[in-house]
Design a protein around this ligand. Structure first.
Ligand code: 6PG
Length: 232
């Protein structure tokens, strides 16, 4: 875990773009493609907008990039709550990333449990083995959730399946949702959490008491090369 305190949100997303670009360059050199996993919520929008504009629009290898999501709300893709819809509006419609490289969770499948199974089947078809993303952008809630893995929910303890449906009423609305599970999130080569001031107390506990934080919060259980970019 590496923690960075940025003086502003703009500074944090500029640094995030540089970190993402470094991951993309390494992925292209080593494997000829860049596998990017986005989260939902409001925090990523500033970064998506930055990546959609010069210089990042021209600097990143969009034609060799594939986009996935860490979780998705079970709403139509044109619904304002759709994580895929948000990414399309703020980034994917503005860069030369091929449509076939966009891999949304199949929220049009019902019930959510069937959608989670179909999502896992689609991930198996793309990845030779367990999914490994080159760069996973995650957020965290003030309750310590990440993706749609919420404290105390059974999906958090899933050890073998790659996806889960989350319908618990205490989850962040809207529910139901689909989420990647910890084994997949932990397999990412690099993970970045962007954390605004309302997450500051959680990040401080993660920094000072990682084991204690991991007992409380799913966001503290994400392993691997994990960066936390905090900003006021
Ligand atoms: C979602 C996200 C979720 C989000 C956090 C933070 O679909 O809601 O994937 O995990 O990252 O809830 O949301 P904000 O960025 O809006 O604070």
């Amino acid at each position: 875990m590496r923690f960075f305190d940025h003086p502003s949100r703009d500074g944090a997303v500029q640094a995030a773009a540089r970190l993402l670009a470094e991951s993309a360059a390494r992925a292209l050199a080593e494997r000829g493609r860049f596998l990017l996993c986005l989260s939902g919520g409001k925090t990523p929008v500033a970064l998506l907008e930055l990546l959609a504009a010069p210089p990042w629009r021209e600097a990143l290898p969009w034609r060799q990039t594939h986009v996935f999501w860490s979780d998705e709300r079970c709403v139509p893709f044109d619904h304002p709550d759709s994580n895929c819809g948000v990414a399309r509006r703020h980034l994917l419609s503005r860069v030369p990333l091929p449509e076939e490289n966009i891999h949304p969770a199949p929220v049009d499948t019902t019930p959510p449990e069937a959608a989670a199974r179909r999502w896992e089947d689609e991930l198996r078809a793309f990845f030779a083995g367990p999914p490994v993303f080159d760069f996973s952008l995650l957020g965290m809630g003030t309750d310590g959730h990440t993706a749609s893995l919420f404290p105390g929910h059974p999906a958090l303890e899933e050890k073998t399946r790659w996806t889960a449906a989350v319908a618990h009423p205490s989850a962040k609305p809207p529910v139901p949702r689909l989420t990647l599970t910890l084994p997949v999130l932990n397999a990412a080569r690099r993970t970045l959490f962007l954390c605004g001031s309302e997450k500051g107390a959680l990040v401080e506990r993660m920094r000072n008491d990682p084991a204690g934080a991991a007992r409380l919060w799913p966001a503290a259980r994400v392993e691997g090369e994990v960066f936390y970019y905090s900003y006021p």
